[in-house]
Design a protein around this ligand. Structure first.
Ligand SMILES: [Fe+2]
Length: 689
């Protein structure tokens, strides 16, 4: 067994060009280690464990020279009396003094401690990590999923709380790893002198760009490798993030902000600013590779350094049938780091992780002509059916898309009539993803997907006639989403139909990006189509980043005709109730009743059953993290919701929690419908159910 492990490890090490550290019989440390956290200002981390190896990370900058060697040790105990692996870990200016080491020969499902030491005995802090269980190991898997940690605008009380609870949890309920679903950094950097506050938040100093950058409004965006590196270093200076990375292995996938706010493929886009960004995409990939330890292959073929391919920023004008820009620099840039990958955790989990931004097609919903259709008074609502026409492009209606898009009497030519149907995954990644799903033998197949998959729907067709000047078209639901799988209907159906047709059970999606908590069902269609759930879908709230409700509280005018659909104002100084949660779950009639009577029962009695059979829970104002527990017959997903993390908690528990709610589903058989049970364990969930 040991020999096979070793051979597999060396094979894996070759793929990643790893610095090898192969396990040996335990013995006491022979390294003179003296902790000097100041010399390792960004802490330590571990990533992507498998049953006998894990990648370890640190950063040790040196003022002189170009390359140095650190020693990394891995032990079975925190005191390093039972050291089982040791290796040299090179650091160099070429990688901004970051080190990545793949350590192999470890035992499955075991806890280890690790540390780095330089040649003068200056040591990093001690990190803790865990290997994955063997494929046939039936033990329960526990992991957390998190996203969106904009430390320009708040503090990581969520990580503090997660650490506090994990330290006190029984051993078999402690987290095996943290899945970070992106927006690990926000490249849109704010400087406090430009704006002291935003909504409820204080703007904190994080990083400065000293090279080429662009200012858009109050956001500064990096255009160089050193710019992205400065952002990672600013984030990793945070003590709570350092403590979290030192406690658990992280499994990471980027969302949009690791490259560009509204960017796609290699194009940089931020509000009105748009430019070809092949060099910038490569820079973003390099910085991610340097600061996030992951089993991804750099162009160098080595874990030590990235070696960026040479590209030029040239316009991307030609797209193939899958919406992929065929311009050679674009292809080189987006393929310079493939982050989509799968990790296996024992018998119970196949974690399949995809990249939603590097291969996605052009946004089908942004053609300026659509502004001529009117409907502004309906605040972010757009007819669902028209969005389906736009996203389906030339493939809509079996290849017969309508020539025009209409909203009441207004009409414009269909701007997507000849465009390829929208893809978020791109053809190559999608094929890989589908193959992984089909071949998985784990009980639970969890899709780690940075973007949410649950529709944001409303039913403005049920509004009373006197509330708006124009009336909403009869029988048309509204969609309030933007740019995720909640309106990538065709591609999502392709995936869900595969799950159904291949009789795959235990399919669940975990995602981020939406800065809100959601629990529900994966169904390709909603009424008036056939509601046919084939799996579960969850969205975890932001750790920090501002969510919709905070923005609405500040932005929505008191006299907006449809205000009651988003906020219900109580008498006096009390904060408004978040009827927006109710709008997406129960519809306009429930919201209007609630804003009048504040009677939850009466409001829910007016729920529209056709609106959201896919939703069990949503909180557009929540922050915090989610914990998943997977056993042979059950998945439970716990949302731990904290108050707005505006300032750093003074207490070791990370401060109070708003609520804790758990969604549980028994494993279903093929053809059966998954069924969620939601239980509020503590606190007040407001209008979320
Ligand atoms: Fe985000």
């Amino acid at each position: 067994m040991k020999e096979i492990n070793r051979r597999d490890f060396i094979k894996a090490a070759l793929v990643f060009g790893a610095s090898l550290a192969v396990g040996f019989p335990a013995r006491s440390s022979r390294v003179q280690w003296k902790e000097r956290r100041d010399l390792y200002p960004h802490g330590v981390a571990s990533g992507d464990p498998d049953p006998n190896s894990v990648i370890l990370w640190t950063r040790r900058p040196f003022a002189q020279g170009t390359r140095e060697l650190l020693t990394v040790e891995v032990a079975e105990d925190e005191g390093f009396r039972r050291v089982v692996a040791q290796a040299q870990a090179p650091v160099s200016g070429a990688s901004d003094w970051t080190a990545r080491v793949l350590v192999g020969g470890l035992e499955p499902a075991r806890r280890y401690w690790y540390r780095f030491t330089d040649k003068d005995g200056n040591g990093s802090r001690i990190g803790r990590t865990m290997t994955a269980p063997l494929t046939n190991d039936a033990r329960t898997v526990n992991f957390a999923f998190v996203s969106c940690q904009d430390i320009n605008e708040g503090k990581l009380n969520g990580f503090r709380r997660m650490i506090y609870e994990d330290e006190r949890a029984p051993s078999d309920q402690q987290l095996d790893f943290v899945l970070h679903l992106g927006d690990f950094i926000y490249e849109v950097m704010q400087y406090p002198e430009d704006m002291k506050t935003r909504f409820d938040r204080t703007i904190y100093e994080v990083a400065r760009f000293t090279e080429d950058s662009q200012k858009i409004g109050n956001f500064h965006i990096p255009l160089t490798l050193n710019g992205y590196r400065a952002v990672y270093k600013g984030y990793l200076a945070d003590p709570d993030l350092q403590d979290a990375r030192a406690r658990w292995p992280f499994v990471c996938i980027w969302d949009n902000h690791e490259f560009s706010w509204q960017g796609w493929q290699s194009i940089v886009k931020a509000a009105s600013f748009e430019q070809p960004g092949q060099k910038i995409k490569v820079a973003a990939n390099q910085a991610w590779f340097e600061f996030i330890p992951a089993r991804v292959a750099a162009p160098s073929g080595s874990l030590e350094r990235f070696d960026p391919p040479a590209v030029e920023n040239v316009p991307v004008k030609e797209f193939d049938n899958d919406g992929l820009g065929v311009e050679p620099n674009n292809l080189t840039a987006i393929n310079s780091l493939k982050a989509y990958r799968a990790l296996r955790y024992g018998r119970n989990l196949d974690l399949i992780i995809t990249d939603q931004h590097s291969y996605r097609s052009a946004d089908p919903f942004s053609d300026p002509s659509l502004g001529q259709l009117g409907g502004e008074e309906f605040t972010a609502m757009f007819p669902e059916q028209l969005m389906q026409v736009l996203e389906g492009g030339r493939a809509y209606n079996g290849g017969n898309p309508p020539a025009e898009i209409r909203f009441n009497d207004a009409h414009v030519p269909n701007p997507q009539r000849t465009a390829p149907p929208q893809t978020l995954l791109g053809a190559e990644q999608k094929k890989w993803f589908k193959d992984k799903l089909k071949s998985s033998t784990a009980v639970w197949k969890v899709w780690g997907n940075s973007l949410g998959t649950l529709e944001s729907r409303a039913d403005p067709q049920n509004l009373p006639a006197d509330l708006t000047k124009e009336s909403w078209p009869r029988d048309l639901f509204a969609n309030l989403g933007g740019g995720d799988f909640g309106n990538a209907w065709m591609e999502r159906a392709e995936i869900y139909n595969l799950v159904r047709d291949e009789k795959i059970t235990g399919f669940a999606i975990v995602s981020g990006d939406k800065h809100s908590f959601w629990a529900g069902y994966a169904s390709a269609e909603l009424p008036p189509g056939k509601f046919d759930p084939i799996g579960l879908s969850f969205v975890g709230a932001s750790l920090i980043s501002i969510g919709t409700m905070e923005a609405q509280e500040h932005r929505l005018p008191k006299d907006a005709p449809l205000r009651a659909l988003f906020l219900a104002d109580r008498n006096g100084d009390a904060k408004p109730d978040w009827t927006f949660n109710m709008l997406l779950r129960h519809g306009v009639r429930a919201c209007l009743e609630y804003a009048k009577s504040f009677d939850l029962e009466r409001a829910r009695a007016l729920s529209n059953p056709d609106l959201a059979p896919h939703l069990a829970f949503l909180d557009l104002g929540g922050h915090g993290y989610a914990k998943v527990r997977l056993s042979a017959d059950e998945m439970s997903t716990e949302f731990v919701c904290i108050p707005r993390p505006i300032t750093r908690s003074e207490t070791p528990d990370g401060g109070p929690i708003r609520y804790r709610v758990v969604h549980t589903a028994r494993l279903w058989k093929s053809g059966e419908r998954p069924q969620l049970r939601t239980s509020v364990l503590e606190g007040d969930v407001g209008l979320s159910i």
